[in-house]
Design a binder for this molecule. Structure first.
Ligand code: ASP
Ligand code: CP
Length: 353
């Protein structure tokens, strides 16, 4: 078995980076709010940037270059809805790029408890930092914060790190990156059959990822869910408008063998109004060891995590299980997002020489 020496890989990549002038950046990014902002060339550029940052970070010299990249910038992590990996991956992405971070993770510890409005809180953060990364329970709050920024004299970028049941656009970017890399030996996402299973009505990660599929050719989406948690009409209308093939079923077994990738989600019981999750037979929307033999040999299994019982730990060591890699990719993609927002790519490629 041959192993890759990270230093060799870095030297090789550095030679490639030297040839770049730097790569084309046709899409500037300020606020990152919704997946409808992204087109194919933006997605391709972000995937390439993610790989370059990930590769640079493998060597001590590359990591030292990255830490100089945004050392003059500060970020506010305003997470008033629970999070483990989005918070930690943004926090660590900032630190990899040399940024300082501040955080509020519970509005009962901020002056919101005294009645300060979200608008005044956001405006206050903008007095101290250069970017706000926000996660919250409400649809549209990040858009509202961005609209407010556009009225003040020192506007700073707003990044939506998950908004209620609606959208999770940076998750969709890391999911695209993971899918593209995992399917690279078969030409990437174009032409693939991609299953999305679970609580499709309230799972914002599938909603955001489904949105991005308009950027790929001949994709067939297969939605697998209990009928009470079917994908929203707004997503169906979006897919129809962009002529993306999609089908829906409640029977995993009828489609499992056709899928090139399956993206599982947990039931989002925290959004229940009358215990409606309790009626679901989750076993029918789960992947367990016995399903593996019926899947394609190189199918990709993804999950945004955290998992519930729909994803059995028995399959964690199967080579098709990509969710731990997906979670790691989140940090590198978020470092790429920050690099792009601050227009730091030319400096990155300069430092890498
Ligand atoms: N962590 C993802 C989200 O915040 C998925 C989930 O919680 O099920 O949307
Ligand atoms: N995937 C995701 O958003 O995870 P967290 O909810 O833990 O941030």
């Amino acid at each position: 078995m041959t192993t890759t020496n990270p230093n060799d890989e870095w030297e090789h990549r550095r030679q490639e980076l030297r040839l770049k002038t730097p790569p084309e950046q046709t899409h500037r990014l300020f606020h990152l709010l919704h997946p409808k902002q992204f087109n194919r060339s933006f997605l391709d550029q972000m995937c390439e940037l993610t790989t370059d940052i990930r590769t640079l970070a493998k060597s001590p010299a590359g990591l030292a270059s990255l830490q100089r990249l945004l050392h003059h910038r500060r970020a506010m992590l305003y997470f008033t809805q629970p999070s483990t990996r989005t918070f930690l991956s943004f926090n660590n992405a900032c630190h990899i790029l040399g940024m300082r971070t501040s955080e509020i993770r519970d509005s009962s510890t901020s002056s919101e408890v005294k009645g300060e409005t979200m608008e005044d809180s956001i405006r206050t953060f903008s007095s101290y930092v250069d970017v706000i990364v926000m996660r919250n329970w409400q649809k549209g709050l990040a858009e509202k914060a961005a609209a407010l920024m556009d009225t003040i004299s020192r506007p700073i970028p707003i990044i939506n790190a998950g908004s209620g049941k609606d959208q999770h656009p940076t998750q969709a970017l890391l999911d695209i990156y993971t899918l593209e890399r995992s399917l690279a030996h078969r030409g990437g996402i174009d032409g693939k059959v991609i299953g999305m299973m679970g609580d499709l009505a309230r799972g914002r990660t599938v909603r955001s990822l489904a949105y991005l599929m308009k950027n790929y050719r001949d994709v067939h989406l297969v939605f697998i869910s209990p009928s009470s948690f079917a994908i929203g009409d707004d997503i169906v209308a979006h897919l129809d408008e962009h002529h993306i093939r999609h089908t829906s079923t409640t029977k995993l077994n009828q489609v499992l063998g056709d899928l090139d990738a399956i993206y599982l989600t947990r039931i989002q019981a925290e959004h229940d109004v009358a215990d409606e999750s309790k009626d679901i037979d989750l076993d029918q929307f789960s992947i367990r060891k016995q399903h593996l033999t019926r899947m394609k040999e190189d199918a990709v299994i993804m999950h945004p995590l955290p998992r519930g019982s729909e994803l059995s730990p028995e399959i964690d060591n199967d080579p098709r299980a990509k969710y731990w890699r997906q979670e790691r990719n989140g940090m590198w993609m978020r470092a790429a997002v920050l690099t792009r927002i601050f227009g730091a790519e030319p400096t990155l490629y300069e430092l890498a020489k």
